[in-house]
Design a protein around this ligand. Structure first.
Ligand code: TXA
Ligand code: MG
Length: 318
């Protein structure tokens, strides 16, 4: 198992030696390594068992440092960065040569973000390189929102996890890219479309749960628990065939399912609270004595859209 602690010096020592470690962010925990050290980046793919055609996000601590890694910051990107960074936003920007091909899977744009987490911002401020970090879960499984989640899944493959407590946002960052005529949301996430449109106007939103992936790695089946997660059939009784049923609900318990097998994302109907609980509750239900987990979609607005995206992908089986 990895050691878990709050020791930034320890984290820096390991990163400088080319190791990968777990780091907290406000969205989910990351599996971090020196983004400009190709060996460290290769280790990230190996530990996560991630296909190398799926590019990584780089993390840094200030907008001032972007110019070291990207060649151009579009006006719309800059407006979003000023308003929402640090925060759950990732921008796709033209990369400089210093960023290895392995990070971007050979694409000419690099994904970059500033995580809003005090410990990780402090860590990043003391490094003279950005950190490449995918979510710290084995490829295809639910993202981790605590140091213990990381340790359970990857603890035997990494030495250290920087412990920043429970992630406050709970779902991954929103990824935004720019074409001449339009801004495009490639992944819905912790920053809502409404907030983005409030700054740069209408954006195009790519829906990955119903179409083919438009960008490498944006695969349909993702974020999945081990047990079967099914959308509740509308206006029908739950089918149980003698199986034990669990339920992941938004606000209300399901009348036909034993209450001890149910978890509610937010009894008050608060999208932010629901996002914060989503992955941890999927894990809890996965560990409960149930055979099938039913769930429901949330209203399709605000963070409900990103939460529904994760639920839809978790219910798709390849
Ligand atoms: O909240 C987050 O973004 C977390 C934390 C750790 O920062 N990170 C995260 O990374 O979710 P990951 O690797 O699990 O997801 C990154 C997504 C992938 O779907 C990848 O395809 C996309 O970003 N991506 C990265 N670089 C890209 C690029 N140059 N063009 C298009 N998509 C890109
Ligand atoms: Mg991920």
């Amino acid at each position: 198992m990895a050691s878990i602690g709050k020791d930034i010096a320890e984290a820096i020592g390991l990163l400088n030696e080319g190791h990968v470690i777990g780091i907290p962010t406000e969205t989910v925990y990351g599996l971090a390594g020196n983004a400009i050290n190709t060996d460290a980046v290769a280790k990230i793919f190996e530990v996560k068992n991630r296909p190398s055609f799926d590019p990584l996000i780089i993390h840094t601590n200030s907008i001032d440092r972007f110019s070291a890694y990207v060649s151009e910051i579009d006006e719309r990107a800059f407006a979003l960065a000023e308003k929402f960074m640090p925060g759950p936003l990732t921008l796709l920007l033209p990369r400089k040569d210093i960023i290895p091909d392995l990070v971007t899977s050979g694409l000419d744009k690099v994904a970059i973000r500033i995580p809003q987490h005090p410990l990780t911002l402090e860590l990043l401020s003391q490094l003279d390189y950005p950190l490449a970090a995918p979510s710290a879960n084995p490829f295809g499984y639910i993202s981790p929102t605590s140091a213990a989640h990381v340790n359970n899944q990857l603890g035997d493959k990494i030495k250290y996890i920087l412990d920043g407590g429970t992630c406050q946002v709970g779902i991954e960052s929103t990824i935004v890219g720019f074409e001449a005529q339009e801004a495009i949301v490639y992944r819905k996430g912790g920053l809502s479309i409404e907030e983005i449109e409030g700054v740069i106007g209408k954006v195009k939103v790519i829906d990955h749960s119903s179409s083919n992936p438009q960008a490498p790695g944006m695969l349909k089946s993702h974020y999945a628990p081990k047990k079967q997660l099914l959308l509740l059939p509308e206006n029908q009784s739950v089918r149980n065939d003698g199986k034990k049923i669990g339920y992941l609900g938004f606000q209300h318990y399901h009348q036909e399912i034993p209450q001890q097998n149910q978890l509610l994302l937010s009894p008050d109907g608060d999208f932010r609270e629901a996002a914060k609980h989503l992955f941890a509750y999927m894990r809890q239900l996965d560990a409960m004595d149930v055979d099938i987990i039913y769930t429901d979609l949330l209203p399709e607005k605000d963070l409900g859209r990103a939460i529904n995206d994760r639920i839809r992908r978790a219910t798709v089986k390849e």
